[in-house]
Design a protein around this ligand. Sequence first.
Ligand SMILES: Cc1cc2nc3c(=O)[nH]c(=O)nc-3n(C[C@H](O)[C@H](O)[C@H](O)COP(=O)(O)OP(=O)(O)OC[C@H]3O[C@@H](n4cnc5c(N)ncnc54)[C@H](O)[C@@H]3O)c2cc1C
Length: 1013
Amino acid sequence: MSALQAVVERRGQQIFGLVDQHPESIFTKAGFYQKMMAFSMRDETFKVQMFRFVDVLASLRRSGDIVAHLREYFRGMDSFIPMLQTGLRAAGIFPWLTAFILRRNVSGMARQFIAGRDGADVMKTLRKKRKEDIGFTVDLLGEAVVSEKEADEYAARAMELLETLARETRGWTDPLGKNPELFPVVNLSLKISAFYSQMDPAAPEEAIAHLAPKLRPILRRAKEVGAFVNFDMESYAQKNGTFDLFKALFTESEFADWPHVGIVVQAYLRDAERDLKDLIEWGRKRGTRFAVRLVKGAYWDYEKIISSQNGWVCPVYLQKPESDACFEACTRILLENEAIVTAAFGSHNVRSIAHAMAYAEELGIDQSRFEFQLLYGMAGPIKRALVEMGYRVREYSPVGELLPGMSYLVRRLLENTSNEGFLRAKFSDNLSPAQLLRDPKELITPEKASPDGQRNGYHSAAGFSLDTPPGDTYENAPMVNFVHRQTQEQMKTALREVRGRLGRQYPLTINGEKVTTGKWMPSLNPSSPNEIVGSVAEAGIPEAERAVSAARAAFDKWSRTSVEHRAQLLERLAAIMERRRFELCAVEVFEVGKAWDEADGDIREAMDFCLFYAQQMRILGRPRITQHVAGEENYQHYWGRGVALVIAPWNFPIAILCGMVSASLVTGNTVIMKPAEQSAICGALLMEMFEEAGVPKGVLNLLNGDGAVIGEHLVNHKDVDLIAFTGSREVGLHIWKAAGETRPGQRELKRVICEMGGKNAVIVDSDADLDETIVDSVYSAFGYQGQKCSALSRLIVLEENYDRVVERLLAAAASLRVGNPQEPGITVGPVIDEAAYQRILATIEAGRKEATLAYQAKDVPKEGYFVPPTIFIDVKPNARLARDEIFGPVLSVIKVRDLDEALEVANGIDYALTAGFFSRSPANIERIKAELVAGNVYINRSCTGAVVGRHPFGGFKMSGGGTKAGGGDYLLQFLIPRIVTENIMRHGFAPEETPRYRDEFLVRRPGSTVVEK
Ligand SMILES: Cc1cc2nc3c(=O)[nH]c(=O)nc-3n(C[C@H](O)[C@H](O)[C@H](O)COP(=O)(O)OP(=O)(O)OC[C@H]3O[C@@H](n4cnc5c(N)ncnc54)[C@H](O)[C@@H]3O)c2cc1C
């Protein structure tokens, strides 16, 4: 055993000895909270329902609602939890009493972790703690701000709290009486995200420019009154921004000599050691002492989920001992740099605490020169033990009302019941001190330790069968994570480079040849319409004819090219897109006005289409037995349909085009692709990439031109067998009709894959979580200027919630960043072109006569097609605003009595594309799942952002033909099924077994050329 480990064990045993003199009460078996915790640790389902119930309770106002939720959440569980049985029975007889008791119990539970409602209230707690020689850092709850109005209110409350603390603690002295200059009595913990509602990880400079002026008055005042200010650390997305802000502010001359500032380092992050060293380096240069609170981190589950959803490298360690070991490594760094940094160890883990004590002793650092910080309401006996051992203890004391405190409460409940947490291990599972004091490095399982850079995927690409849902066998391409400075720089560089190349000309591609026509169609930058992004050759009827002939001629060979060969073409294309990813994003920013992350989402989706369809076609491409029957072999397989015409919109300029083209190609069709005029350059780049990937000549042909001319000609063409269209209802219905007519010489009945618009509704229930509702609704309505077919257009709000929703919604919309999307962090950019601009403004004008225009942004750029985000309220369900697709940043809010009416309004429309619901009532959620009429129904999240494989996308009614892009059955639309039956019996003898799959039927047709395998 090392000398250090021996001291760690001695200190640890000493703490345990003292702890055992005052047994921990929160894990004993009496009382509501204790019972809840005990049940939660025994039963995972109960735990989930319990924490969800706690989460919704504070927002319920009526007794009947509380009782209804109680029943919904705990249905079926009363048999094994007797207390519930009694509660539910009583609820039937005395709902008000049950509601009252529940509220009181849950409030009691919250009060256990929340030190006071406001400044005055918290002082009672702080005075009590002072008598126990425990200091404080106060944290103001309510950090989930959705608007600048709320952020300003939060800042005002923080200032008020500071004043109260300073006033009420005058004359208080340091509990240890040693080195008090390092540890001011008043200590305020700030959550930076609460001061700015539009913080975007891609735009740290912008966040600093916005946050610094808001924080300076509080910092100035803190400095004046001799208080200490700490910046808490939140999710990984905010981490770099928070560090940058800290360094920027405290380097300013006004604050550069102020030692009473601190920041949190989270040891569960793989970045922790590097960040800490950077910080110390900065501190040295600054030349003034500062502080670091070292913690493991409060958002472990969240980080794991978010990174897995986006295909990112998981930023947190995946093994608990890895976090513990990192905490100790950071402890050593902090103590070794004690000359410049004051350490605060934020942990309830006796091993982590004892290690800090032991290492400080080894370095000869006096125990009054650092402190231990613990959370209010937790680990009381440990705090007491530390005080008794003569260490400085500070309690993190949250202040606020119950409602904003709920997410904090749930985090604490999770922490206390976590399988891997120290508190549970010690106080509930009663592990021995020896076990609890082991060196975490020895507990790391090397083979499980995920190396840096490994993605946090949970799908296995191997081992799937045809019965596995397609999404489960497919791992999506990752999103670019703009949290990282490197990706921000790559995007900025790409924007510069693409800007330098604007104005290039792109020919048509027909039968592998580059074709110009003497006519050029310019594509303009909607943010700055004088800027030509590029020009494309304009095709006329002769070029359309040549393209059809080329595609027709190429079909025979291509349709008999092996599936594997066709699938690999798509995979090569995806790899090229990955290589050119930032460049493609930059082109989208210029050509269609997409914000950075929206542009990246488009490229990611395009890559996903390629990879997903390649994978799906490998499954479909193998002739598969239909039924095992003696003496006969029956195999089903597929052929391509023929020549596909792909007509795509501009709003997902690469993804949708690429999706329809790649589906056509991988299924063995040859293609004429016609990008939208407004996004012709994106189309030209896609062609370029397909060529690089090796698409044979004639198999893919690029035509640009006027849809009314060449589009119309091709739709009616006898040699076009399949039309894949995404766009407006008007054009879609026209194509549907025209395709129904059979022309002389036509071989096939034309198949139309038709995706049109929507008038998407989101319903807000009376118990919805409004923080989530507002953020997601604003994003769904105004992200990419409302120009996604999935965008929210009708917000249907139950009257009980209406006023609160409207108030917060308007304020949130008013906080959105509108501007040129070349800048990072912009949410609302320009609409696509002059025609859209004029049409949307006219719709808004007309809307004023139908409903109340409650909000319209004022400050939008003068140049470019910037339509101000606009919200109408009190819109009648039958108003044109509520029925016609607008395709712009205009949201209609409709008030309804109840869920019945909400469903009637939501469903009473021509379209059925996307729809959403915000609610915390399990019964209502079940009802919506069954009754909301839309192709994609989203519950408690935004109604945009479908992911390939996960959310196959597409609608019905007047939104489309019911096909699902990115779904397991999408490719079937592009295929003709065939059954081949062979009698395998010869004179009464037949093989006993018939294989489930067989090789493709690839032998060439008469007249065709060589088959490529
Ligand atoms: C005073 C104070 C202030 C705090 N301020 C912040 C803050 O600003 N920001 C913040 O994010 N957190 C903060 N925390 C930390 C957080 O809220 C938890 O209290 C803390 O992480 C619990 O760690 P522990 O050492 O007490 O317990 P332990 O039981 O030893 O550790 C639990 C922690 O280990 C990590 N963990 C759990 N499972 C795994 C796993 N499978 N793999 C890897 N790691 C795992 C998680 O971080 C978890 O919280 C603060 C904590 C305190 C005491």
